[in-house]
Design a protein around this ligand. Structure first.
Ligand code: FAD
Length: 598
């Protein structure tokens, strides 16, 4: 039974939480005179028990509290500062040291004054997409409650399945007028919670927009709808000797729209570049329903690189409805070498050696022993059982590849490689890659639960960071399998745990976050290709200073001043487009280390 508006309100009102928060009468929150105020929060309703009032003038607090920005601090009557246990406010994510994902799992709405999606609005959606394009039953909606990151779940109000750009415009216009937040969804394989629905909002699935519209070999480009599956592009152009280079391991199921939104990478992006290198132009429905064309079919259009801004924006700037992609001529010769080392440090030294020799392989991938075991169990790729396995693929003219492959062999031996093999047939090469590409899923064979982490470090830091990950893993008593794009320093530590063992999930989350901090300390980044989404938004303020976040927020507001397009993702806390820009003033409790601002 769908909930009525009154049911929803009643449910919220039965869950009062009391919290003490720092607030301010300044529109940007932490103004020059922050003060403590005690508030009771009823879902998105808010009540001040001291002044005994509710109302719109409390919206700044709503903005701070209901959208993951409660900073716990003091007491309004005594002016004392104290810590309030997180358990006292279960629905909020407190910006306090030690808070981890499992505590933050309960999702609040976007916190702004949103319209509930009622029968009238559903009727308007139905008029745009027809009965078959609208999902409202609770059972079916549950299919859309998460993406590949399954520990965050929110059931949307409705799911829409448009078939054309015009239908998307029609849906988004209704959302804009009624202030209904929306989340675009491709295949839902994202690993950072990017396609996680927003509680008061709708999901716009691009699954039915799956046509390849144009193939132009003379100009080496294709035009596709967003729901086209990555591998289908190569499938369609391969007979003419072309391929689409970005190859996420999920390429047989993920959509081009999702790839664009995440700026997805893959094993061959070391040489060929990430998705952004291959997107020439975009047709985009902006969050007010209008249509924009960013970039075009030629390279280097004059003016701002707006398609560059859109690629990697994780669905926060609108919905891509047509995408012009570059395709690449398949090289004459491709050879894949497999080298077995005793340790990831030795294999890491070989990676640095290959790059230092001036080579740019098509791919350099690494797997440690746990990952090798998992992949072997899943696809029997005939990998040697060793401490670390390096896969090096070279492509280009045959004579060049043969000479360079000898050099790669020599470097690997010098760095301690025992067994070295070069795939002798296309079938052998395909099997080598099958093992690597199946590795994430294969880890399910050796652990009931795991977190797929995604961080970047400078290549030269590989041996040091791998040693430190091993130390942290031993210290926490949690196993970590490593499988990653070694050539561009993009790590994928897989943190293995068993949810049934009390405390292990929490320990795994702490370890996964610690690994990301390690990446930042090494001069790297919190994500290489999976995006920030819901999962890593709290880490953004560890990576960026306040002015950087402010600048990114201004870009977002230029596209989406109402914050309707995937509004709760990427940024560590909500901001309103009307916020006054200005220097951030840390509160004394932050300086004292009691509270932390995300
Ligand atoms: C086993 C496995 C292996 C993976 N390997 C890789 C890998 O090697 N490299 C890699 O980069 N990723 C990898 N991923 C992650 C994931 O497949 C990619 O992020 C992929 O690009 C997501 O595509 P999707 O169609 O599933 O998008 P979704 O998960 O549906 O959405 C992802 C994001 O894109 C937005 N979005 C979707 N469509 C549009 C659109 N048309 N316009 C605007 N925004 C849109 C959504 O709102 C969301 O924020 C892997 C995932 C799995 C499960």
């Amino acid at each position: 039974m769908p909930q009525t508006r009154n049911d929803q309100r009643r449910n919220r009102l039965t869950q009062p939480w009391t919290a003490v928060a720092i607030a301010s009468n300044q529109p940007n929150g932490f103004g020059p005179k922050p003060y403590a105020v005690e508030l009771q929060i009823f879902g998105s309703q808010i009540f001040d028990p001291i002044k005994k009032e509710t109302g719109a003038h409390l919206l700044p607090f709503l903005f701070h509290l209901c959208r993951v920005n409660a900073v716990i601090a003091g007491n309004a009557e005594t002016d004392a500062q104290e810590r309030i246990p997180t358990e006292n406010a279960p629905g909020l994510t407190f910006g306090r040291r030690g808070t981890t994902l499992s505590r933050a799992r309960s999702q609040e709405g976007s916190g702004l004054n949103r319209t509930l999606v009622d029968a009238r609005i559903l009727q308007e959606f139905r008029a745009v997409v027809g009965d078959s394009g609208l999902i409202t039953s609770q059972e079916e909606l549950k299919t859309y409650e998460c993406d590949g990151l399954t520990n965050f779940r929110v059931v949307p109000q409705a799911v829409l399945l448009p078939r054309s750009t015009e239908q998307i415009q029609g849906i988004v216009r209704v959302c804009h007028r009624e202030r209904v937040p929306f989340v675009a969804r491709g295949s839902g394989t994202g690993l950072s919670g990017g396609a996680l629905p927003v509680k008061d909002g709708v999901v716009i699935s691009l699954a039915r927009m799956n046509r390849i519209l144009e193939i132009d070999f003379a100009n080496a480009l294709v035009v596709v709808e967003p729901g086209v599956i990555n591998q289908e592009v190569t499938g369609r152009v391969a007979p003419q000797g072309f391929f689409y280079a970005p190859d996420p391991s999920s390429q047989s199921i993920c959509s081009i729209g999702g790839n664009v939104a995440e700026n997805s990478g893959g094993a061959h992006c070391l040489k060929y570049g990430f998705t952004t290198t291959h997107v020439l132009g975009l047709e985009v429905v902006l969050p007010d329903g209008s249509l924009a064309h960013l970039g075009n079919k030629t390279l280097d259009a004059p003016g701002y690189d707006l398609s560059g801004v859109f690629v990697g924006s994780e669905g926060t700037l609108g919905i891509a409805t047509k995408i012009t992609l570059r395709i690449v001529k398949r090289p004459d010769c491709i050879q894949t070498l497999l080298a077995a080392f005793n340790s990831t440090s030795e294999a890491g030294a070989a990676v640095s050696g290959i790059i230092a020799a001036g080579m740019l392989p098509a791919a350099i991938e690494m797997m440690d022993n746990l990952a090798i075991q998992a992949a072997e169990a899943a696809v029997h790729a005939n990998y040697p059982n060793c401490g670390a396995l390096l896969l090096v693929e070279l492509d280009g003219p045959t004579a060049e590849v043969e000479v360079l492959m000898c050099q790669v062999d020599e470097i690997c031996r010098k760095c301690g490689a025992g067994e070295i093999r070069v795939a002798q047939t296309e079938a052998e090469r395909v099997l080598v890659w099958k093992g690597r590409k199946a590795a994430f899923a294969a880890v399910g064979r050796i652990s009931p639960n795991y977190i797929v982490q995604d961080g970047v470090i400078p290549r030269t830091a590989l041996p040091r960071v791998m040693t430190e990950i091993a130390r942290l893993s031993a210290e926490a008593g949690i196993r970590v399998a490593n499988v990653f794009h070694a050539g561009d320093g993009n790590l994928h530590p897989l943190v293995l745990y068993d949810r049934r063992i009390e405390g292990q999930e929490h320990a795994a989350e702490v370890l996964a976050n610690r690994i990301l901090e390690l990446c930042i300390e090494a001069g790297g980044s919190i994500t290489g290709e999976h995006g920030v989404g819901e999962e890593k938004k709290m880490m953004m303020s560890k990576m960026y200073a306040e002015p950087d976040l402010e600048t990114m927020q201004r870009v977002r507001c230029a596209f989406d001043p109402e914050q309707l397009s995937n509004p709760t993702k990427v940024f560590p806390r909500p901001r309103l487009c009307g916020e006054q820009p200005g220097d951030y003033q840390p509160h004394p409790v932050e300086l004292a280390g009691i509270a932390e601002r995300f």
